[in-house]
Ligand binder design. Structure first.
Ligand code: SAH
Length: 368
C-alpha cells in the first residue's frame, strides 16, 4: 500500500474510532478540513492548477456574465444599492472581467456592494489583488452571511465542490455508500442499508416514476440544495437573481459521478484525500426544484454553449480579434470553441438562473 496522505491517516483514525463515514463527510473533509483540506490547506493556488476554469480560459466568459448582471439589474429597475455576490470566486478573474464589462453603465458599479463568499485565505488574497482598482469587496464564508437586500449572485464551478451523498439500489433495499476501512486498514467503499427511501425523501420518485435496476446510484447534495433554497428565498423576498454555471446534468441521471483530479489526471477518489480535487456532477434539476420550492422562478436549464451564444460570444470574439495578429485570433477562436463546443465545456456545462417575478433575462430561452 502506498503511504496514506496526512488527511487519509486522520480519516482512518476517525473511522477506526467511530465507524464508517458518508461520502458527504468524506468529501467535506477532503475539501475543507481546516488543516489538510484541498481548499483550506496550504498551497491552494498551486493546486488550483489541477484544473482550468472558464474565466481562466478567456476574458469573454466573465465579460458576458457582467453584461448579464447589467441586464438583470436594469430589469430590477436599476436599484441604487444592491448586493453583487459571487460564491467561490477562485482568483477573482470572472468578477474582474464582469466589472470591467459592466462599466458600460457606471451607475451599476456605483450601486453594487461586492460580497465574495470564500473559505480559502490564499484565494482571498488573490481575489483582492485581481480586483484592486475595480471594487472593494467584503468577504464572508457562507452564502447565508451575505448581507440582506436585493442581490445578484453568481456561482461558477462552486456547487460541484459541495458534498454529495450516494445511495445504491441493492436487490433488497437502498443502501448508502460509505467510506470505511478495507482488509489492510486502508480507506475503502462500503454499503450501509437504509430503511428509508432516499428518492422519496428527496422528492424524486414522482418525477422519475421509474423502477431502479440493482446497482443504480442516486446522488443527492443537501448543502447545495439548502444554499439554493436560501438564495431563492432571499431573491423572492428582496428581489434579484442568481446565475449558476457548472458541469452537470439537465435531466435526472443515475450513476456514480464522484471524481478526483490529482496533478491533471483522474485519480481514485480514495487515493489522495486532501491533495486531489474531488467533485461530482451537479444535478441542475434538483437545484431548479429547490429554487422553485422556495418561491423563486427558474429559467430553463441550458447548455453553457447556448447561454454564451445567446449572450453574444461571437460578436465579442470578433471585436477582440480585430486588434490581433493571426496567432491572437486563433487563440481567441480556440478559447471560444472550448467554452461553447458541444463536445467540450459548451455541452458538459449547464446554466440555470432563478429569481423573483417574471424573468426577462438574456441568455435563456425565455429571455430577451
Ligand atoms: N469560480 C472560480 C473558482 C472555482 S473553484 C472559477 O470559475 O475560476 C471553487 C471555488 O469555491 C474556490 O474559490 C474555492 O476556494 C471555493 N470554495 C469551495 N468550497 C467552498 C465552500 N464550502 N464555501 C465557500 N467557498 C468554497
Amino acid at each position: 500500500m502506498i503511504d496514506p496522505t496526512p488527511l487519509a491517516a486522520k480519516l482512518i483514525q476517525r473511522i477506526y474510532a467511530t465507524g464508517p463515514i458518508s461520502i458527504a463527510d468524506y468529501m467535506a473533509a477532503c475539501l475543507s478540513d481546516p488543516v489538510h483540506g484541498y481548499y483550506t490547506g496550504r498551497d491552494p493556488l498551486g493546486r488550483a492548477g489541477d484544473f482550468i476554469t472558464a474565466p481562466e480560459i478567456s476574458q469573454i466568459f466573465g465579460e458576458l456574465i457582467g453584461i448579464w448582471c447589467l441586464s438583470v439589474w436594469e430589469a430590477m429597475g436599476s436599484p441604487s444599492r444592491f448586493v453583487l455576490a459571487e460564491l467561490g470566486p477562485g482568483r477573482g478573474t470572472l468578477m474582474a472581467d464582469a466589472l470591467r464589462a459592466a462599466r458600460l453603465r457606471p451607475a451599476f458599479g456605483d450601486a453594487a456592494e461586492l460580497v465574495l463568499v470564500e473559505i480559502n485565505k490564499d484565494l482571498k488574497v488573490a481575489q483582492q489583488a485581481t480586483l484592486r482598482g475595480l471594487a472593494s469587496p467584503i468577504w464572508v464564508d457562507r452564502a447565508d452571511a451575505i448581507p440582506d437586500g436585493p442581490a445578484i449572485v453568481i456561482a461558477n464551478e462552486f456547487f460541484d465542490a459541495l458534498p454529495i451523498r450516494q445511495f445504491v439500489r441493492t436487490d433488497t433495499c437502498w443502501a448508502e455508500r460509505m467510506v470505511g476501512l478495507g482488509p489492510s486498514g486502508e480507506l475503502a467503499f462500503g454499503l450501509r442499508p437504509t430503511d428509508g427511501d432516499p428518492l422519496n425523501d428527496n422528492g424524486l420518485t414522482t418525477e422519475t416514476g421509474s423502477n431502479f435496476p440493482v446497482g443504480a446510484v442516486v446522488e443527492i447534495r443537501p448543502t447545495a440544495e439548502s444554499i439554493v433554497s436560501h438564495l431563492a428565498d432571499r431573491v423572492a423576498r428582496w428581489g434579484g437573481a442568481a446565475l449558476v454555471i457548472d458541469y452537470g446534468y439537465a435531466a435526472p441521471a443515475f450513476g456514480d459521478t464522484l471524481q478526483a483530479i490529482h496533478r491533471h489526471k483522474y485519480d481514485d477518489p480514495l487515493a489522495n484525500p486532501g491533495l486531489a480535487d474531488i467533485t461530482a456532477h451537479v444535478d441542475f434539476v434538483a437545484l431548479a426544484r429547490a429554487a422553485k420550492e422556495s418561491g423563486a422562478t427558474a429559467t430553463p436549464i441550458v447548455d453553457q454553449g447556448s447561454f454564451l451564444r445567446t449572450m453574444g460570444i461571437a460578436i465579442r470574439a470578433e471585436l477582440l480579434s480585430s486588434g490581433q495578429d493571426l496567432d491572437g485570433r486563433s487563440d481567441i477562436a480556440s478559447a471560444v470553441e472550448r467554452l461553447t463546443g458541444p463536445d467540450q465545456m459548451g455541452g458538459l456545462f449547464k446554466a440555470l438562473g432563478f429569481g423573483s417575478g417574471q424573468l426577462s433575462w438574456p441568455g435563456f430561452d425565455n429571455g430577451g
